[in-house]
Unconditional design. Structure first.
Length: 100
């Protein structure tokens, strides 16, 4: 992995940690331990931002990854076992509501 990929992976991990800390705060309440944990997670985020700013070619802001989506239609076989929300399972080529 390149240095830039490692930094992005570390950012994702710190973001995941912050989400987990938020869930813990909701479950356990705003006690001393959860406030300390939140503070530690914020310090990690700040330290990572400072480190990222020192790396040449890497901006302090998270760069969006480009994910290409083809214009071609998807293969209908991908949806064979899928349910349409509020309608139910598809039934063969007729689609929802067709004969079983």
């Amino acid at each position: 992995m390149s240095l830039h990929e490692e930094l992005r992976a570390a950012r994702r991990c710190v973001d995941d940690l912050a989400r987990c800390v938020s869930r813990l705060e909701r479950e356990l309440g705003p006690g001393l331990e959860t406030r300390r944990l939140r503070s530690d997670a914020e310090h990690l985020r700040e330290s990572l931002a400072l480190l990222t700013a020192t790396v040449p070619g890497e901006s302090g802001d998270a760069q969006a990854e480009f994910i290409g989506v083809p214009d071609a239609p998807y293969d209908d076989r991908l949806w064979t076992d899928a349910d349409d929300e509020g309608v139910g399972a598809r039934r063969g080529p007729e689609g929802p509501g067709g004969p079983p």
